[in-house]
Design a binder for this molecule. Structure first.
Ligand SMILES: [Zn+2]
Length: 83
């Protein structure tokens, strides 16, 4: 009875290593890993969405304790030239 060698394991491994996919954090879709400038996102759109999210979500400035002189209301002149 001829016994064939089990080469499938090695083949499977190389195939798996070749095809590595990541999940887009925005749309939870499969995103390409190589040749993808928007990693880990699948597209520029998803990347922008995520960027806008964190920018507006937790981007508050802590209240600064400054010595603000009370009573001084200067006249602000905003001269704007159109043209
Ligand atoms: Zn996406």
């Amino acid at each position: 009875m001829p016994r064939s060698k089990n080469k499938a394991t090695g083949l499977l491994w190389s195939r798996m290593m070749k095809k590595i996919t990541i999940t887009c954090p925005t749309c939870k879709k499969e995103a390409k890993q190589d040749d993808n400038p928007f990693r880990p996102f699948c597209s520029e759109r998803c990347r922008l969405i995520d960027l806008g999210k964190w920018a507006s979500e937790e981007y508050r400035i802590a209240g600064e304790n400054k010595d603000i002189p009370d009573g001084e209301a200067g006249g602000e002149n905003n001269s704007e030239k159109a043209g």
